[in-house]
Design a protein around this ligand. Structure first.
Ligand code: FE
Ligand code: FE
Ligand code: ZN
Length: 285
C-alpha cells in the first residue's frame, strides 16, 4: 500500500495532524517543527502526544516527516545566521527524540550567498557535524533543491559532497522533491530510470528516504521552484504517478506540497494516486 500524505499545519498539535491525515486517507504527513520562518517552538504537550499515538496507530501512520524552518541557512556568510541555524537544528533534533523518536527530519541544505558552492558545502557539513549525535534515532534528510539563486543542493553531486564530509553519515539521508529536481534539470518525465540510475551512482539509492511529490509550474531546468497541483504543471499526472509506482521508490513515503485551498484538494490527489496504484497491482495479478 502506498504511503502518502501531505504537508499539514502543526498549529493545533500532533493529535490533530493524525486526525487530519486520516480524514484525507493519508497514512503519513509532513509538518513544520516551528514557524517556518524560524522563531520559538511550542512546548511539547504530553497529553497531545499520548492522543497522537492512539490516533496514529488507528490511521496506520508509522512514518512521519518533520520539516525544518526553510529560512535556516547554515551556509550563510554571517556568523550569527549560521549560529541560529545550528541552535535551531540542535533544538529540533532534541525535541524529536522526545516527541517522535525514530522519524525523519528534512532540511533545505542552505544558500551560499555568493561564497561559492564549495564554501557552502563545507559550512553545511560543519554545522551538521555539530548537531548529529551517535545515539540519535532521527534520520536527518537533505532536500534536493531547484538550484534557485545560490541554493546548495541543486545537483546530486552537491548533496553527495555534503554527505561525504559528515562524520556520522549513518544518520543522514536524502528527500527528493520532484518539482525541485525537474526545475534543476533532471528529466523525470522522459527518463525516470536514467535519473534514478544517476541518483544511485552519485548519492546511492539507499540514502533516499522520502519523496516530496509536486508538479511544477515551470519547464524543466527553469531553476524556479514554483509548485503546482498534481497534473496541473509541466511534469504531469502520469509521470508523478509513475514515480509513486516505480519499483525502486514504491516503498518510500510520499508527501504532497501542492498549493491547495483546503484539505479536500489533497484528498483528491491522494485518491487519484491510490486508484492508480491499486489499478497497477490488479494488472499484475
Ligand atoms: Fe522543503
Ligand atoms: Fe519540498
Ligand atoms: Zn519547493
Amino acid at each position: 500500500m502506498l504511503t502518502i500524505g501531505c504537508h499539514l499545519s502543526c498549529s493545533k498539535g500532533y493529535a490533530n495532524m493524525a486526525r487530519e491525515a486520516a480524514s484525507i486517507d493519508g497514512n503519513t504527513f509532513q509538518f513544520f517543527t516551528r514557524n517556518p520562518r524560524g522563531g520559538k517552538a511550542k512546548a511539547l504537550d504530553p497529553n497531545d502526544l499520548d492522543a497522537y499515538d492512539v490516533l496514529a496507530a488507528e490511521a496506520g501512520i508509522t512514518r512521519i516527516l518533520a520539516h525544518a524552518p526553510y529560512t535556516l541557512n547554515p551556509a550563510s556568510n554571517k556568523e550569527q545566521t549560521r549560529e541560529f541555524a545550528l541552535m535551531t537544528l540542535a533544538d529540533d533534533l532534541a525535541r524529536m527524540e522526545v516527541a517522535t523518536p525514530g522519524q525523519l527530519y528534512n532540511m533545505h541544505p542552505g544558500s551560499h550567498v555568493g561564497q561559492g558552492s564549495e564554501v557552502g558545502i563545507q559550512l553545511i557539513a560543519d554545522t551538521l557535524n555539530q548537531v548529529l549525535t551517535p545515539d540519535m534515532t532521527t534520520t536527518l534528510l537533505l532536500e534536493t533543491m531547484a538550484g534557485k539563486g545560490s541554493e546548495v543542493g541543486g545537483t546530486f553531486e552537491e548533496l553527495a559532497a555534503i554527505i561525504e564530509r559528515i562524520d556520522l553519515d549513518e544518520h543522514v539521508g536524502v528527500c527528493l522533491d520532484t518539482c525541485h529536481i525537474w526545475d534543476g534539470g533532471y528529466d523525470i518525465v522522459e527518463d525516470l530510470d536514467g535519473v534514478l540510475d544517476e541518483f544511485d551512482r552519485v548519492i546511492g539509492l539507499d540514502r533516499l528516504r522520502a519523496i516530496h511529490l509536486n508538479d511544477s509550474l515551470n519547464p524543466r531546468a527553469s531553476h524556479k521552484d514554483r509548485h503546482a497541483r498534481i497534473g496541473e504543471g509541466h511534469i504531469g499526472f502520469d509521470a508523478l504517478a509513475a514515480v509513486t509506482m516505480h519499483p525502486k521508490l514504491a516503498h518510500l513515503p510520499f508527501y504532497l506540497e501542492t498549493p491547495q485551498d483546503d484539505l479536500s484538494g489533497y484528498a483528491q490527489e491522494i485518491a487519484a494516486l491510490r486508484a492508480c496504484d491499486k489499478g497497477s497491482h490488479q494488472m499484475s495479478h
